[in-house]
Design a protein around this ligand. Structure first.
Ligand SMILES: *[C@@H]1O[C@H](CO)[C@@H](O)[C@H](O)[C@H]1NC(C)=O
Ligand SMILES: *[C@@H]1O[C@H](CO)[C@@H](O)[C@H](O)[C@H]1NC(C)=O
Ligand SMILES: *[C@@H]1O[C@H](CO)[C@@H](O)[C@H](O)[C@H]1NC(C)=O
Length: 409
């Protein structure tokens, strides 16, 4: 009789132990055997078992309610969720095989429809701030996070304690960024003029920087040296998008600067190359006759002087920037004999407009010249000999030119 009781008791304890949970505490009554007849003792045991069942059901309800309140740290992974078998990965037994099998089984369950952002709003101005210090590349923890449990929607800008930060462009050591396999951006960040681009996302594991090929994400560079990312659920757990602590310096770059890095480790601000205004064009004419030697023709009738590099008082064109220039100059000779006009660049006579006519004939001549000039070089036309003819409307003694391209000499 006593033996049976003990057997029943053992059963009860085993049952309680099997349902052990940190939220459930069981209190066991002190049993006083022998005082009561067996039937009564059995009845008590059964009643206690019923109570325990009820208590367990209540605790389960509470637990479910709690995991709904805290969706990003579920007590138990859902069956449909993919759980990275870290034990098998670490032990190295058929790890890759297992992972690949899991990855291929996972389907992207995220609907990508996002009306707000498909409506053409600029994500640079319409993003959510993601400021979670545990995402930093220098953060290690035993408690790992999985970005599959995040409800990603629209665009995100990464911050670290209120300061703008970027995703790493280089492999991050495993067990950093508050997760097992840290996610980094393969292919680098885009430039502003690239607009929205799609980039691969890699997860490091087992010394393989891209063992996990996660879903690609969209990225956009914004004015003011920051980026926005359209994050999606990664392929498996536990993986999380990283924030590269080395890029904190980029948030301090000025508007006129870009954040650059050769090794993708050390980042620094560098001044953007200044864009030179490349609009330089002029066209001027001499509205009268010229005879004999005139060392510098003052083309005083100016039609075009874009960039204001031509001086109508001196007749001198001064190169405002270094680059490739093209000039033209012309004359109309009369009265016979030889007429020479020379283009003078930096003091050198480089091109001639030459005429040799007989008698009362008149003939026009146009010459062109193209060259690379340093900033500040002076260009003008000299009338070396002969006779040139024009009036205020004829425009046949002219001088003009254009900057074709800006170039360092
Ligand atoms: C994880 O992998 C190990 C070794 O391959 C295996 O013994 C264990 O059952 C696996 N765990 C799960 C939850 O699949
Ligand atoms: C990570 O880097 C930041 C910025 O340099 C620093 O403030 C923080 O203390 C670092 N955290 C760890 C865990 O090293
Ligand atoms: C125009 O000038 C060029 C050289 O500058 C010369 O060779 C050519 O004969 C001239 N044309 C006329 C019609 O005189």
């Amino acid at each position: 009789m006593v033996a049976l009781c003990i057997q029943l008791l053992t059963l009860l304890v085993v049952c309680a132990a099997a349902n052990e949970n940190k939220y459930i505490t069981y209190t066991f009554k002190a049993w006083n055997m022998g005082d009561k007849p067996l039937q009564e003792q059995l009845a008590i045991v059964y009643k206690e078992m019923e109570n325990l069942k009820h208590e367990q059901a209540v605790m389960k309800q509470k637990q479910d309610a709690m995991s709904q309140v805290l969706p990003h740290c579920p007590q138990k992974p859902l069956d449909t969720d993919v759980e990275l078998n870290v034990t098998s990965l670490q032990s190295g037994q058929s790890g890759n095989h297992l992972v690949n099998k899991w990855l291929s089984e996972v389907e992207d369950d995220e609907g990508s429809g996002d009306d707000e952002f498909d409506a053409g709003l600029d994500p640079c101005n319409h993003y959510k701030a993601l400021d979670q210090a545990w995402r930093a590349t220098n953060y290690t923890t035993k408690r790992v996070v999985c970005d599959r449990s995040m409800k990603w929607r629209g665009w995100y800008r990464l911050f670290y304690r209120g300061k703008t930060i970027q995703m790493p462009e280089k492999c991050v050591k495993k067990e950093m960024c508050g997760t097992h396999s840290p996610l980094w951006l393969a292919g680098g960040h885009p430039r502003i003029r690239d607009g929205i681009v799609t980039r691969k996302v890699c997860g490091n594991w087992k010394n393989n920087c891209c063992l996990f090929k996660s879903h690609p994400i969209q990225v956009k560079a914004c004015r003011g040296n920051y980026y926005v990312y359209r994050f999606v659920k990664p392929v498996a757990c536990h993986m999380a998008y990283c924030a590269d602590i080395n890029t904190l310096v980029c948030g301090r770059c000025r508007k006129s600067e870009s954040c650059i890095s050769r090794d993708k480790i050390t980042w620094m601000c560098r001044r953007n190359k200044r864009r030179v205004k490349a609009n330089v064009h002029f066209f001027a004419s001499y509205p009268g006759r010229i005879s004999g030697k005139v060392s510098r023709i003052v083309y005083r009738k100016v039609y075009v002087n874009q960039g204001r590099a031509f001086n109508s008082r001196t007749g001198i064109f001064r190169a405002p920037v270094s680059g490739v220039y093209q000039f033209f100059f012309s004359s109309q000779t009369w009265g016979g004999g030889v007429t020479d006009l020379w283009l003078v660049v930096n003091g050198y006579w480089v091109a001639v407009s030459h005429n040799n006519v007989k008698g009362p004939n008149s003939v026009g001549n146009l010459s062109t010249y193209m060259t690379t000039l340093r900033k500040g070089t002076r260009v003008y036309v000299t009338h070396n000999r002969g006779r040139s003819w024009a009036n205020s409307a004829s425009n046949n003694i002219v001088f003009g030119g254009s900057l074709l391209m800006v170039r360092k000499v």
